[in-house]
Write a protein that binds this ligand. Sequence first.
Ligand code: PMP
Length: 432
Amino acid sequence: GPKSKRLIARQDEIDSSAVAYPNDIPLAFEEGKGATIRDVDGNTYLDFFAGIGVLNVGHSNPYVLEAVHEQTDKLVHTIDFPTDARLELIDKLETIAPGNLAGNSRVVFGGPTGSDANEAAIKLAKHNTGGDGLIAFRGGYHGATSGAMSLTSNKSFKSDYTPLLPDVVHAPYPYPFRQDKDPETAVRDALTEVRSIVEDPYGGLANPAGIFVEPIQGEGGVIVPPKGFLEGLRTIADENELPLIFDEIQSGFGRTGKWWASEWYDVTPDAITSAKALGGIGFPLSATIYHEDLDTWEPGGHAGTYRGHVVGMRAGARAIEYIESHDLLAHARELGDVIRSRLTEIGETNPALASVRGKGLFIGAEFVDRSGAPDGNAVDAIQQYCYEHGVLVWTAGRHGNILRLLPPLVLTHEQAEIGLEIIEDAIRASTN
Ligand code: PMP
């Protein structure tokens, strides 16, 4: 619409050249509510994107907002001094932490972004092991600061900024969809590679400090690893006394229908990094949750002005309460199954839709052309069509050929149906 166009034109004039829009449709937003968002021209969209998986309890969730208003009226910033909000969130994170981290964990708030949480985790790993080498995975995304960027595998994000951390090696992440290799072989090959990076005196990291992995890759294309992969990493980490760190910044905080994606597997990491949805309704907040055995920092061992934002912590604590009292984890699992089966059905008659995957409301659909090659253009066209018809969707993957859906966990069945109709039309119109 015209108002959106004006704002975009002005932004193009004054804003950084680094801002990026995913499409040609000018969109500027002014109000979000639950799973919907309205642009400045008055058009309402179903938000199947949620600010990249941030708004798990919905835009401006009223229950969370009430606590936010109370908090902003009282106190917005201290640093490490205890506040009720801080203790409330730490207590709640302690109870939702997976496996043996529950009741045995510590939380370090390091700064507002996911990248900050990963920086803290890198320091945690190095500090505890005395090592400096890190194992990460191809297709992984961990952030835009130097350490986190070193863990990210996509060269285009980092080639202008080398040298980064010198000893980071990226092992293959098993890709169990449409591949010559069966899932077991993909897992075995990936684990063999990790083991050799850690243990082989002729090719390994001289001094490994930890293993960083997304338990489900997000930016890499919503890749749900086959059973055995994370379990195998756990074994290698244990045998070599290395911390296993799960980046749950996108996959965590209820997104997959469990608090943490690792709970879909029989594995507990030594540390979890969390951000995005952790801030409740979009407040910038991150945390690294780690086993108390790793709590070896001296006071001030990890620093930062925003070691937890009071309003964000309050919002995060209330969001946990809201997710629990509304049984949103079960809802996300159920609705995710509905969405995936509908997409799978579409794929049965349309070979362009080559695979559907995900857990809960962390969903990917992969598109290929007639020769079976990744088709990013089709996904661009689907995204464009969806925007024109009132649904915000996102993309992912090395070739941009994964349609990524990350709707708020409060999305209703009715809203899902409406969104799916439009997505189905978009797929039909954009593939042949
Ligand atoms: N890790 C993962 C898995 C992510 O998806 C992201 C953001 N997309 C990050 C880290 C970085 O978070 P931030 O952009 O807040 O720094």
